[in-house]
Ligand binder design. Sequence first.
Ligand code: ADP
Ligand code: MG
Length: 729
Amino acid sequence: MSISRFNAIDTILNRQDGEFAFFDTPAELVSEYFGVNVFNDEAMQQFLSEDDYLSVKAAIQSGAKLSREVADLVANAMKAWAIDHGASHYAHWFQPWTGKTAEKHDSFFTLDSQGKAIEEFGGNELAQQEPDGSSFPGGGLRSTFEARGYTAWDPSSPAFIFEVGEGKTLCIPTILVTYSGEAMDFKLPLLKSQTALENAALPIIQWFDQQATQVIVTLGWEQEYFLVDEALFNARPDLVLTGRTLIGKLATKGQQLEDHYFGSIPERVFAFMRDLEIECHKLGIPVRTRHNEVGPAQYELAPMFEEVNVAVDHNQLLMDLMDRIARRHHLRVLMHEKPFAGVNGSGKHNNWSVATNTGKNLLSPGKHPGKNLRFLTFFVNTIKAVHEHADLLRASVASASNDHRLGANEAPPAIVSVFIGSVMTSIFRQIEKGETTKEDVKVVLDLLSKIPDLELDNTDRNRTSPFAFTGNKFEVRMVGSQQNCSGPMTVLNTIMAAQLQAFKVEVDQLTQKGQDRDAAILTVLKGYIKSSKAILFEGDNYSDAWEKEAEKRKLGNEKTTPEALAAYVSKKSIKLFETVGVFAEKEVKAFHEVQLHKYSTTLEIESTTLEELCLNYVLPASMDYQTRLASNMVQMKEIGLDGKHVEFASSAVKRIAKNINAIYHLIEDMSEARREANKEHDSLKTALVYCHSVKPLMDKIREHADDLELIVDDREWSLVKYREMMYIR
Ligand code: ADP
Ligand code: MG
């Protein structure tokens, strides 16, 4: 029997109080258990001799390839620590292009040559594993000669113990590559982009600060999500299979009253959040804020920012944790960017900055903005980089699910622009007007020093902007809620690295000609301010006027994924990725291929699911009601009442018939369009047919189905309604 709306609601109403219990905290203070499940510095010190600890630490910090000896030392310590914590297995944990995390578990237990049972885990097992590469999307990278894939240890992100029920597994963050070393995951390109940015930024930073020897890219994400009751979730096949509702009439109460945002958190949700936070803290994920979001049943969670690679791992881990922990509370997390049409969608803001090992945030004007030409340098270069490669940044957030969100008057549009706030705007105007002599540098710095408080100026920032300066960091607001942050972070690091390389060349040329360096810097920055003006926008990004204005400014506005993704494989981007050393041409083409394929597959699943929903739920319910209305009309006629006495029944019957017919024909057209799409041999062509033929038909079907939901007897409608998913807690 399928689960209908009615038994789902019964299940909820009959739940016992005990099922919503709060879980125990491991200790009173978070500081007492933060990171207990992480093989962190403390654990290393405890499980390595002092000498070994120091040599391992130095080797890891150098960033160079680790020797077998060091790997053995770490592996031994890790094994002892993990077994001490009750772990029985270890797994290489990685992030293939599917977007989800993957892991392959192996037991520590093995038999030695004499057949004796032992626990084993050495440098080899730590450093490399060989999962079956053919189960992960590689965009044709391997098919020709080698099917195997390899995972290799990433020592820059700490290993951790993942607990599932009683089972504990030591998870080792790794990259996934082909036999010949090409990337097949999100982590390797991210690490390469980080290195590239570090190398490009360091010589420039050293103009200002000789002490700085390392550059740290920082990321603080904010994760939005929805929660629905598990009984309701299970009664919606579309949520189960596609993560979003493919049909469903908007509830009569939506977010108009704005009473949910920052409202008090429902008790049951609070229990989930607390439980989640405890698990996060044990895993060293520094989550700090939680609150309701704009949509009913929508929430947000944010940690303190961390080094980008670790922050990405933590976000991936968090998404996994959320799903598991929600189930303990009879809830389901919806990570999809748009689970409910007509209600605010979910994003994942990526707050990005660059810092030095001397503790300076390069995007913060600091306490002495009057001395801070460094801030202006990194600030202007970021804007210039975004202006040069806006299309690539847009491509990095493209997905079938994020298409529902971008440009839907709730999330930034598909047009990339940069918001910098009124103070920086006026400083830019003055720089543009002024000269660039040594004295003018002083004038500009003087302007900066008069900044009342940049952070204050930008806290009330423009929430419609896709890329906003927020006082001491840039916030990328286009990222989708279920996306791996690596995609956009890799692009941002890459374009910034390329930009800084170009900047250094330009400044060096001027100083070689004898110009004072500060004046040379100002000269180049002034040029950038002028040439990247088109990307700056302070107004309402949701307005139609902006769309027109952006067109005049020749800014890109790719609204759909297949078109947006093309930016990855343009000549310009391939050259960029190769020069900076993030992707070889072959790799970026494979990545592009995988993304297109993912797009088409998503739409194929959605479209076939929609077809089933119509055939198995919408049409039968509507026809039953139609029959009742028709027999009512017949009976009314028998007692001599027809015509104006049966106006409602007669109009409703007609309305139902019209919708049923329309759905029938649209479903036929939609299967034909799918066949057309799948006939294409080129992934781009397939994706385009899905995008421009299949998807519009899905939208039309939905209109008719939603109209039926409105008129059909509530008792006949077996699919859970929006109002129930959003308001039953
Ligand atoms: P919002 O108002 O957008 O909700 P919050 O202040 O709640 O913003 O969140 C800001 C996010 O920015 C947090 O995750 C925080 O850790 C992060 N953040 C703050 N400073 C930096 C920085 N220098 N680099 C990266 N992220 C940062
Ligand atoms: Mg934000």
